[in-house]
Write a protein that binds this ligand. Structure first.
Ligand code: AMP
Ligand code: GLY
Length: 420
């Protein structure tokens, strides 16, 4: 079958490498892909948000199946448009993708269906929000309603910062129209866990758990980023926690979406926090996480494409979904300066036969050059987490580009939890 994967980051590279293992697939196209993905798929220069261009390519090239990986084309409704043309898809339609597209929607959904999450208030004008913040508990968390490249969250540990945050989102519009409405919510504490799950709207099958490292610098210092590294499984996600999540969060969410007439099909990502008062949902994403996918899919021992086909046919209950017992660690290598200003265009050399997922690179005259903040992720697998971490950092040394920057402590917190 001919498959197209929409998107062009490390996550898409990880999806493509896994899909390549399936003998059901004859060709894989990446739209737009990137210079590193070119080694594993035919890259076609169509932006992920160019819905018309995506559909045109799919139709003209007789694509059998489309995997829509990034949030924005999902929220804009690319799956609906492809399905109208008879193309099977992995990913939710527009009405279900709103679970990530609007924080107000997802918070109200959780409240209505008693799914545990932080207490919150919604504001659609700055005056009311500023009035509320005068007496709100501090620290507090301010979130833009819409998509903001994972950066639409401000954690304010003083009232002044909260006021500044509200003004920057609602008045200065630092996240654009995403900030027309905001959610102000209770600050929660506890270890975070990412759980990606497969669902066809009837069955939900959680994948192996993982832990992201969102801050730019070691020991969780510095700015929030798209993610500087991941490990899987996440040792905080015990069997007991998993059971609680299935009963109180995963199944209730799938049922809630069905009840709202917004049945969700694809990968539903649960961003969770294990608090003293139980597990709570921090956020939903309507897609695979990045860089969680770079540790979760390498541990999947079943055929990813078979699972996706079953989901498209609403027969996930028949799918074989299995994960290795091993551990994985992904270290993200970024351009110095990320997530602020950084330089690109540096020559990039990669070792061969390694699990390297390229996020920001382009090919020029046969040479790979860096082309983004997060350049790539290096994933290694081992029997123990300690060895997976060690191996990843050894492979990192085999990657070269000027001004490479990476955290030195990916996996440290997980190792401390395990006592390894
Ligand atoms: P989000 O984009 O919603 O995942 O938020 C980004 C990060 O902000 C999360 O991974 C958490 O570390 C943090 N965060 C979000 N909401 C809260 C909250 N209610 N309490 C504490 N931290 C939060
Ligand atoms: N790693 C978090 C995300 O994909 O949004």
């Amino acid at each position: 079958m001919k498959v197209m994967v929409v998107g062009g980051g490390g996550r898409e590279h990880a999806i493509i490498k896994k899909l390549k293992e399936s003998d059901k697939i004859s060709e894989i196209y990446a739209l737009p892909g990137n210079g590193g993905i070119e080694a594993d798929a035919v890259c076609v220069d169509v932006k992920a948000t160019d819905l018309e261009g995506q559909v045109k390519f799919a139709v003209e090239n007789n694509i059998d199946f489309a995997v829509v990986a990034p949030d924005d084309p999902l929220v804009l409704g690319l799956v609906d448009l492809l399905e109208e043309k008879g193309i099977k898809c992995f990913g939710p339609n527009k009405s279900a993708a709103i679970i990530e597209g609007s924080k107000v929607f997802s918070k109200n959904l959780m409240k209505k269906y008693n799914i545990p999450t932080a207490q919150y208030e919604v504001f659609d004008n700055a005056e009311d929000a500023l009035e509320y913040i005068k007496t709100a508990p501090i620290p507090t968390v301010i979130k833009a309603d819409g998509l903001a490249l994972g950066k639409g969250v401000i954690i304010a540990d003083t009232r002044e910062k909260a006021v500044e945050g509200i003004k920057s989102i609602m008045q200065d519009k630092v996240f654009g129209e995403s900030g027309n409405r905001i959610v102000i919510e209770e600050f929660l504490e506890g270890p975070e866990v990412s759980v990606l799950s497969f669902t066809d709207g009837k069955t939900v099958v959680p994948m192996i758990s993982s832990m992201d490292h969102k801050r730019a610098l070691d020991n969780d210092q510095g700015l929030n980023t798209g993610g500087m590294g991941t490990v899987a499984p996440n040792p905080y996600y015990t069997e007991e926690v998993a059971k609680e999540c299935m009963e109180k969060i995963f199944l209730p969410t799938i049922n809630a979406m069905n009840n709202e007439g917004r049945s969700f099909s694809g990968c539903l990502y649960f961003g969770l926090m294990i608090t003293k008062n139980g597990v709570k949902v921090i956020e939903y994403n309507c897609r695979f996480g990045d860089p969680e996918t770079q540790v979760v899919l390498p541990l999947l021992t079943s055929d990813l494409f078979e699972i996706m086909l079953k989901i498209a046919d609403k027969k996930l209950d028949e799918a074989d979904v299995r994960f290795s017992e091993k551990n994985a660690c992904c270290v993200v290598m970024a351009s110095e300066g990320y997530p602020k200003k950084y330089e690109t265009g540096k020559e990039l050399t990669l070792p061969s036969n390694k699990n390297i997922f390229v996020a920001g690179a382009k090919k020029q005259d046969g040479q790979l050059l860096t082309a983004g903040g997060r350049v790539l992720g290096v994933t290694e697998i081992a029997d123990t987490l300690e060895d997976a971490v060690k191996k990843s950092y050894e492979t990192v040394k085999m990657v070269h580009f000027d001004n490479a920057f990476y955290r030195k402590d990916i996996g440290k917190k997980a190792l401390q939890c395990k006592g390894e």
